[in-house]
Design a protein around this ligand. Structure first.
Ligand SMILES: [Mg+2]
Length: 247
């Protein structure tokens, strides 16, 4: 597996994960750095693809906007729970029960008292427990979140790299891409998706089923058909993509 050779003959729609794909993962989510050259490539691709480019991420949409500013792309946030389409319209499931944050807080309280470097990230429709500072606590963190989520109707568990998350049921990355592919300017184009984490597998499966191009960034088992060794190799590929597409 290597990276695909896309050319101007391919009318593509580009879907990109954010953390671990466009930026190297940092100790805390707010510490990641989006390189100027990556931002420039995204701007160039947005123009070349006629807006058929979207970020598909576990983050909130507003957080992605802050990193890309002044570029404003289509974004599916919170693992596809929320989505802003190319026309700027928001799509959010009805009846999200966001009231479970307190229950997660209670469940995580004892371990967070013992290990203050653990932290909770609060998002629209989700609460994430990050244990990057204590990888040895992975099993304990997953177990307590599993138990908490089991007792919460309408809430599901999402695993990620050094993070375990309680999320309102609704959407996933694959479903978000499928929705974009029904809309202008994505419709009729060949989907290309790149991501690095287990939550990206839904999207790889969807893209493969649509005869698209799936790219896994970094090591690990995957349904993707192409692979970059890591963020550095993927970003080098992304930066040369505008020239390949004829820009
Ligand atoms: Mg990622």
């Amino acid at each position: 597996m290597t990276l695909p050779d896309l050319s101007d003959s391919e009318r593509i729609a580009l879907f990109l994960d954010f953390d671990g794909t466009l930026v190297a993962i940092a100790d805390r989510p707010d510490e990641v750095q989006l390189d100027l050259s990556t931002r420039k490539a995204l701007m160039h691709l947005d123009t070349l693809l006629g807006g058929a480019i979207a970020i598909v991420t576990g983050r909130e949409i507003a957080a992605v906007d802050r990193f890309l500013d002044p570029l404003r792309l289509s974004v599916a946030g919170v693992h596809g729970l929320t989505r802003r389409d190319a026309q700027g319209h928001m799509h959010t499931p009805d009846n999200i029960n966001g009231g479970f944050a307190a229950a997660i807080e209670r469940a995580a309280w004892p371990i967070m008292q013992e290990y203050p470097a653990l932290f909770l990230e609060y998002k629209y429709g989700a609460v994430a427990l990050h244990y990057r500072s204590h990888p040895e606590l992975e099993q304990a963190c997953i177990a307590l979140m599993e138990a908490a989520v089991d007792a919460l109707p309408g809430v599901e568990l999402k695993r990620g790299k050094m993070v375990v998350e309680a999320k309102a049921v609704g959407g996933n990355k694959g479903a978000a891409i499928a929705d974009y592919l029904n809309e202008k300017p994505f419709a009729g184009r060949r989907a290309v998706f790149a991501g690095d984490d287990v939550t990206d597998e839904d999207a790889f499966i969807l893209v493969n089923a649509r005869d698209g191009v799936s790219i896994k960034v970094g090591p690990g088992e995957t349904h993707a058909t192409y692979r970059a060794a890591g963020t550095g190799e993927f970003l080098a590929w992304l930066r040369q993509l505008p020239a390949k597409l004829g820009g």
